[in-house]
Ligand binder design. Structure first.
Ligand code: NAD
Ligand code: WQD
Length: 337
């Protein structure tokens, strides 16, 4: 297949591009590099043996997209491009609505015009908000979003749902990721935030590396097994493989589908810190801190539907997630330096 990947130089995008190339697909990336580096392309080529075609462009730029998509012969699009920092979305809501929703509608309009109507979209477990029950299934009710980022994911899901209802030639996979972490086993690509990280695993990695002094554990009195928050961490390579499985499924089962992509297991913050310490042999200082506003106590995925319909399973362990994050972190320090 010839596949357009928006946001393909980013964290999840770059890992998915590697898997797509290794499965024999032709990949074309569109990314404006606002949160990724061009050098990812060389590293993807080192891993997969092929450099993907790359266009530095903004998904809000309809003219640029038309030029890339028109006559491109694409069979499918994997749409990662967007802004993703929850806290920043509260401070800069217009940017989030404009880039995530405005960029997506521009992209979909260009796709429609060019007869490309198979879309795999990066949604998020954040659409479930604070779920009444765990594990969360795809039928768990969507709760009002607690921040603009989550709101944009809900709206883009709705837009794709409306498109499919308007014209059944739209073939849509809404992939609700849980907590993607880890890095490629080569250590050559991983999460490379331009700013101070907001998420637990990159923060733990930076504490282990001595770049940050300690981990603040947000909440030690949640009703969980050790009082800290529980999440479903999924290895980014398992997640990438989930995208290939979704593309394969759409090819034989057209329609509008929702799949949770997680492992089905919950891990506490303290367990992540202990696993990272064991994987690296380093002491990781941490201290209890107040609950972070907006956080839920625990959430993890019911992955029965994804496993049954996609024939896919996230098998990599938390220990592997930590070891691979660390290998990448060591390499990334040499890139920075
Ligand atoms: P990322 O920031 O590493 O990747 C996003 C990419 O999109 C970046 O390379 C960035 O430069 C690009 N981009 C941003 N705005 C753009 C624009 N206007 N035009 C073109 N390119 C643009 O993030 P990621 O973690 O790889 O996330 C990928 C997708 O998955 C996002 O849509 C995100 O919301 C979603 N998601 C991420 C997580 C997570 O925890 N990482 C969880 C659930 C969903
Ligand atoms: C994980 C756990 C924190 C940092 C976010 C988005 C979600 C999705 C994934 C995009 C929680 C705790 C964290 C720290 C801590 N992204 N923590 N100290 O909040 O589950 O999900 O990223 O779609 O939308 O909200 O992930 O990694 O920030 O937090 O104790 O310094 O680690 O309280 O329990 P979260 P996270």
């Amino acid at each position: 297949m010839r596949v357009l990947v928006t946001g393909g130089t980013g964290f999840i995008g770059s890992h998915t591009v590697v898997e797509l190339i290794e499965a024999g697909h032709q990949v074309v990336i569109v990314d404006n590099l606002v949160n990724s580096k061009r050098s990812v392309l060389d590293r993807v080529a080192r891993i997969s043996g092929t450099a993907p075609e790359f266009h530095e462009a903004d998904i809000r730029d309809e003219t640029a997209l038309d030029r890339i998509v028109g006559g491109g012969g694409f069979e499918a699009v994997v749409h990662f491009a967007g802004l993703k920092a929850v806290g920043e979305s509260v401070r800069r809501p217009l940017d989030y609505w404009e880039v995530n929703v405005g960029g997506s509608t521009t992209l979909f309009r260009v796709l429609d015009r060019n007869d490309v109507r198979t879309v795999v979209f990066s949604s998020s477990a954040t659409v479930y908000g604070d779920p009444d029950e765990v594990p969360v299934t795809e039928a768990t009710p969507i709760k009002p979003a607690t921040n603009p980022y989550g709101g944009t994911k809900q709206v883009i899901e709705q837009i794709l749902t409306d498109l499919h209802a308007s014209d059944p030639r739209w073939n849509v996979a809404l992939l609700r990721y849980f907590n993607p972490v880890g890095a490629h086993a080569s250590g050559l690509i991983g999460e490379d935030p331009n700013d101070i990280p907001n998420n637990l695993m990159p923060i733990v990695a930076q504490v282990a590396a001595g770049k940050l002094p300690e981990v603040n554990v947000y909440g030690n009195d949640y009703p969980t097994r050790d009082g800290s928050g529980v999440r479903d961490y999924i290895h980014v390579v398992d997640l990438a493989e989930g995208h290939l499985a979704a593309l394969d499924r759409l090819a034989v089962d057209s329609g509008r589908h929702v799949w949770n992509l997680g492992t089905g297991n919950g891990t506490t913050v303290l367990e992540v810190i202990a696993a990272f310490s064991a994987a690296t042999g380093r002491d990781i200082p941490y201290r209890p801190a107040a609950r972070r506003p907006g956080d839920v106590a625990e959430t993890w995925a019911d992955v029965t539907k994804a496993e049954r319909e996609l024939g896919w399973r996230a098998g990599r362990t938390v220990d592997e997630m930590c070891a691979d994050t660390w290998r990448w972190q060591q390499y990334a320090l040499t890139l920075d330096g």
